[in-house]
Design a protein around this ligand. Structure first.
Ligand SMILES: [Zn+2]
Length: 118
């Protein structure tokens, strides 16, 4: 399950980020998971729960936003959200191949919430 190592690299990024917020507590992390990123949201959440205590992120909430695929047709330029990852007929001209992926590949930290301890 490569979600485990993915979550570990996310923790590494968060640790670096939290150096800038010295002494403050991380409350929540929002991650964008594109439909083409090859990451299973449930596995990501499971890995997060399993690893967070040992990594020093116990109790930090994880929100995963699933980003649908959006492509532009290689023939006519029509932009659409295909129903399937492997078969993407253009709704205007039926072209199956050569589409440009506009979104859906992303796997990144979108935002974090920090408790500034007021
Ligand atoms: Zn088209």
């Amino acid at each position: 399950m490569h979600e485990m190592s993915l979550v570990q690299s996310i923790f590494a990024l968060l640790r670096e980020e939290m150096i800038k917020h010295d002494g403050k507590k991380l409350k929540k992390v929002v991650i964008k998971n594109g439909a083409l990123a090859g990451v299973v949201t449930e596995s990501l959440k499971f890995a997060w729960e399993a690893l967070s205590p040992a990594e020093g992120f116990e109790g930090v909430a994880l929100e995963v936003r699933e980003i649908p695929i959006r492509v532009a047709c290689g023939d006519c330029g029509e932009e659409f959200e295909p129903e399937h990852v492997r078969c993407m007929p253009c709704p205007r001209c039926d072209q199956l191949l050569g589409h440009k992926v506009l979104q859906g590949k992303e796997m990144l930290i979108d935002s974090i919430e920090i408790d500034d301890g007021q």
